[in-house]
Design a binder for this molecule. Structure first.
Ligand SMILES: O=C(O)CCC(=O)C(=O)O
Length: 229
């Protein structure tokens, strides 16, 4: 494989389970990335989308859309050869960057997929950078391995039940069998946006930035962000 960073074993892991974590991949650059993120929220304050949605229990999330058009540093990160090499290895060529955002969460995020605006048959990859520590047993990102295989019976049964596990199974969001991915700033999490994932709220104001890439089969969709669930 051309890019030594993603081994064939990691690619197989990604294909089967739908996620990968690269600890410390951007550790040296995370201070300047965080500075760029904070400056963007300050300088583009009027463009922040205050967002309350059932996925976040109607609690506040602040979204900065289109980050690569607002910050030279963030654009450079989205074009970083290391990152792009990984995307090429995992999605194949051609692929394209189809969306970016920056977020401040004062909320949790219940079990959901990020498939709004993406056709289900398109392979994709969402790259997320948490700019604050995400702790095990608290607010670490969780994912159900393999749930990106959306035509499986298992994925279909998740679709019927997982959004409201308190009602359907009598359990809390953090009691769903899943993989918990605690991260430190500078770590990178990659996942298939069709996978079911969630983040419990630990009372902080976590900052997160994402890029989403889609493969050659991507066809732009009519998107209504209120369909996000
Ligand atoms: O940190 C969060 O609450 C949500 C992250 C997430 O679900 C996503 O990036 O799709």
């Amino acid at each position: 494989m051309k890019n030594a960073l993603v081994t064939n074993q990691q690619k197989t892991f990604f294909d089967v389970f739908g996620y990968l974590v690269f600890p410390g991949l951007f550790r040296e650059r995370i201070a300047s990335i965080t500075e760029a993120f904070d400056a963007m929220f300050r300088e583009h304050e009027k463009d922040i989308v205050p967002w309350r949605h059932v996925v976040h229990g109607e609690q506040p999330r602040y979204i900065m859309p289109g980050t690569v058009d607002r910050s030279v540093e963030i654009k450079a990160l989205s074009e970083d050869p290391l990152l792009r090499g990984m995307i090429d290895s995992l999605l194949g060529i051609p692929n394209q960057l189809i969306g970016t955002d920056g977020n401040i969460y004062e909320c949790g995020t219940r079990w959901h997929t990020d498939i709004t605006g993406l056709p289900y048959n398109c392979r994709n990859l969402k790259v997320i950078f948490y700019l604050d520590p995400m702790r095990a047993g608290e607010d670490a990102f969780r994912i159900i391995p393999g749930s990106h295989n959306h035509t499986d019976r298992f994925a279909k049964s998740l679709k019927q039940t997982i959004k409201t596990v308190q009602d359907t199974m009598g359990i809390e969001v953090d009691q769903v069998p899943s993989m918990e991915l605690p991260t430190e700033p500078g770590d990178v999490v990659l996942f298939d946006a069709r996978a079911w994932h969630c983040v419990p709220y630990a009372g902080n104001r976590r900052r997160m930035m994402s890029f989403i890439f889609a493969d050659k089969d991507y066809v732009p969709q009519e998107t209504n962000i209120f369909d996000y669930q």
